[in-house]
Design a protein around this ligand. Sequence first.
Ligand SMILES: [Cu+2]
Length: 384
Amino acid sequence: MMDSRANTCSAFGIRCLRPIGLSLVLQCIVQMSAHAANPPAPRTVHVRLSEWTVALDPTQIAPGRVIFEVANAGSIPHGFEVEGHGVEKSLSLLQPGQTGKLTLDLPAGRYETYCPVGKDSHKMLGMINHLSVAPATHTAGQPHAEHGESHEQGGEEREYANRAKIMNVAGGGPVIQVLPGPYPFADSAAAIINARPPDQQADLMKKSHLGPYSNNVAMITGDIALTAIDRGATGDSVSGTASFQVADGARWKVVMDRVQTKDIPFNPRFGGVIMGLFYHGASGVHTPLVPTIRSSLALWAYAHVYKNDQLVTDDAMVHIMLLSRTRRTSDWALDCWDCSDQPIEELQLQVTAPPNTPPFDAPGGFLFVNWEKTSGKPEVLGAR
Ligand SMILES: [Cu+2]
C-alpha cells in the first residue's frame, strides 16, 4: 500500500515519502511545483462516434488533463459527453465528418462517455463506453475504490435494460387510415432534409411532397392485437394480427409471425423489437421526416397479407409503433412537429410490399392505419 501510493508521485518523476492522506498530496504538490517548469503533458483520447458505438483509444489513462479528440464517423449528427465523479461536460453536436475537441481535468475514477443525442436514445442503442482514469502504475495489482463503486452505479438500470421484456398490445379508440399526401411541416422538414447526405435528400424531398405522413386521413374500422418480446440484440419475437376495412371498401388482414432484423434505410442496425425510445424528427434516430416522438414499443416484422381473403404476399414488411400522440382528435391532422411530450397512446401500423415486388393495390401502394387510443406496458419476462 505504502509503495504504491508513493508511486502516484513517482509517476511524475518525484519521490514522495509519507503516504498519509492529504499530507501526501500536499507534499506532492509542493514538490511538483518545484518542478513546475515541466508539467505533465495532457493525454489525448481519440473518440470515434458512429451508429451505434463510441470507440475510445485508449480506454485507460492517468489522472490529469485529458484532451478528447472526437470524430463523427457516422452518417447522422452525434454528440459526445463525459460523465462521472462530479464531471458532466459535453461537446456541441457534430455533423457527419466533423471533428471537435473537449479538454477536461479528470481525477481518478471510471467515467461514462456517450452520445447524448435524442434524450439518450443513441446511448440506449449502444453509443456508450467507459474511460478508466487511474495512475498507470497502480492498476495491475491495486484496484481503486472508485472501480467497485462505479460498477454498482446504474447497475440496476443496466440490469433492467438487459432483461427480456414482453408487451401485449390491443389497438383501441378511433381507427384512421392515413393516405398519401404532402408533409404538413415543410419548413421544419427542409432543415432536416438539408442536413442529410445528398443521396438521401432526393428520396426525402419526394416523401415530403407525397408521403405517408399527411393530413389526408379516413375514418375506418378494424382491430389489432399483438405480442412483442424484446430480448436485446437478438432473439426478439413478434406475433399478432390486424384486420381492417379501408376507405375504398377492401378488407385487409395482416398476420405477423417473424421479426425483421436487417438494416432499414436511415435505421442502421435497427429491426426486431425495441422498447422505450425517443426518436424520429430531429433526434437523429430513424426516418427524419416524421414528428419527433417517444415510443414505448417499436418493431419491424414480416407478415402474411390478405386482401378480401386472398393471399397477397407472405413477406410484407411491417413497422409498428406505440408512440406519443401525433394527431389532433378533431380531424386527425398531424398536430405537432415535436410530439414527444404528448401521452403515449397512438398505435401506428405501416405495411408495405416486399422489395422488388409491386406495391399494394391501395392508395400510395402502402397501408397505414392508426389506433388512436391504445395502451401497453412492457413487463419483464422472467429472470434471465
Ligand atoms: Cu449519437
